[in-house]
Design a binder for this molecule. Structure first.
Ligand SMILES: Nc1ncnc2c1ncn2[C@@H]1O[C@H](COP(=O)(O)OP(=O)(O)O)[C@@H](O)[C@H]1O
Ligand SMILES: CC(=O)OP(=O)(O)O
Ligand SMILES: [Mg+2]
Length: 394
């Protein structure tokens, strides 16, 4: 029997999972998969490390599928592998680690209580991250679990980058910018030195464009600033989240439309972004395939806001050496990358259209002053590494 670490990554619209075999000097991927489209057209697929499909299932469009249903589907699938693998630990992506956690932590009752308190700061994620931790703890209390935080990588940002212009009585309560997608950025920062050594030692903006989307400024591989703030609703427009809006809008919604906190939360987190503007879908694939003007408008706004935020992060970095695309849209939507790169021509990005259409990794021309890249992210491998390190240190 092979010892394995199970990794669970519960995103806003998907549950991703991986099994990594523990070898003395590496973690070897055994299988990985996901249940995506939880909000609309659920699709389960699991593949081995060579990409061969081990299991696949689709549900009709409109099927109501919760994160719990997704977890059950996963447990059912893993039954077939009980004789082959021995589970030694479970590593989880936990979106919010608050002010306290700047590194992964082993799960116990006290930790869970602390993380529960952060649910209001990440209502679209934290409950789904914590539920499988509790489920595993109930079924297998002896099995070590490690929580790996999306915020941890950003905790080393300069004080100014984390500060809101609010009085200390408020900021002192932990109302500050945290930044998210940190496991993804940490992974990219780890592989960039091999791909683009000079840029990696300099000024890089990474665009993590998935269902949740953010940009991160990396200076010599460390997080300097990011577009997400106190919560994962800030920054870019996303699948269903609005991104940065004037806080005056919230006051207007309360005063004039008499909306309460829950109604505003629903609007900003679940009914806005690509879905809200298009009225069609939160899924970039559907919008790109649609000829409805509202779909085009949603995509235009997405690209426009990326351009604006890219300029802001380049300013924080004092210039730009490289631009990296990652996550669902960043890795697969060549047309979005093309448009973002064209808008960034003023920064010195010169696209190689053929390389971009072919998926990279380098998508800028040889002469481009600023290089551009497609780098598939691997939050799960990052989590598996952290899980192993955290447990061997404890
Ligand atoms: N081939 C593709 N072309 C365009 N968009 C894609 C493609 N594949 C995936 N996407 C988009 O990626 C997004 C999901 O990204 P992902 O990183 O998997 O999300 P999550 O935040 O749930 O982890 C969706 O908007 C989806 O439409
Ligand atoms: C933090 C966040 O937005 O995560 P995801 O992209 O998985 O929704
Ligand atoms: Mg994600």
């Amino acid at each position: 029997m092979q010892n394995v670490i199970l990794v669970l990554n519960a995103g806003s619209s998907s549950l991703k999972f991986s099994l990594f075999a523990e070898r003395p000097d590496e973690l070897a991927l055994q299988l990985r998969g996901q249940i995506e489209g939880l909000g609309g057209a659920p699709h389960f697929v699991a593949k081995d490390s060579a990409g061969t499909i081990l299991g696949e299932r689709r549900w009709a469009d409109g099927t109501r599928f919760s994160h719990d249903d997704a977890a059950h589907q996963l447990v059912e699938f893993l039954q077939d592998y009980r004789d082959r693998y021995r589970l030694t630990a479970v590593g989880h992506r936990v979106v919010h680690g608050g002010q306290e956690f700047s590194r992964p932590a082993r799960v116990d009752g006290e930790l869970l209580e602390k993380l529960e308190k952060l649910v209001p700061l990440a209502p679209l994620h934290q409950p789904y991250n914590l539920a499988p931790i509790r489920a595993v703890a109930a079924r297998a209390p002896q099995l070590p679990q490690v929580a790996c935080f999306d915020t941890a990588f950003h905790r080393q940002q300069p004080e100014l980058a984390q500060l809101f212009a609010l009085p200390p009585a408020i900021t002192g309560r932990g109302v500050r910018r945290y930044g998210f997608h940190g496991l993804s950025y940490e992974y990219i920062a780890g592989v960039l030195p091999r791909l683009a050594p000079e840029a990696a030692a300099g000024r890089v903006v990474v665009a993590h464009l998935g269902n949740g989307a953010s940009l991160c400024a990396l200076l010599a591989g460390r997080s300097l600033a990011s577009t997400m703030g106190f919560t994962a609703v800030d920054g870019l427009p996303m699948g269903t989240r609005c991104g940065a809006i004037d806080p005056g809008v919230i006051l207007y919604l309360m005063d004039e439309l008499k909306m309460d906190a829950r109604a505003i939360e629903r609007l900003l987190y679940k009914e806005s972004g690509l879905l809200g503007v298009s009225g069609i879908s939160s899924d970039m694939r559907e919008l790109l395939a649609s000829d409805a003007p509202s779909a085009a408008l949603a995509v235009d706004l997405f690209v426009y806001r990326i351009g604006r935020e890219l300029g802001s992060l380049a300013a924080a970095l004092g210039g730009l050496d490289a631009l990296v695309f990652t996550a669902g849209i960043g890795e697969h939507a060549a047309t979005i990358r093309e448009r973002v790169c064209r808008d960034a021509a003023w920064l010195g990005v010169e696209l190689d259209s053929a390389a971009n259409a072919a998926g990279g990794p380098r998508i800028s021309s040889a002469a481009s002053p600023v290089s551009a890249w497609v780098v598939p992210t691997d939050e799960e491998l990052m989590i598996a590494r952290h899980t192993r390190q955290t447990l061997s240190a404890s």
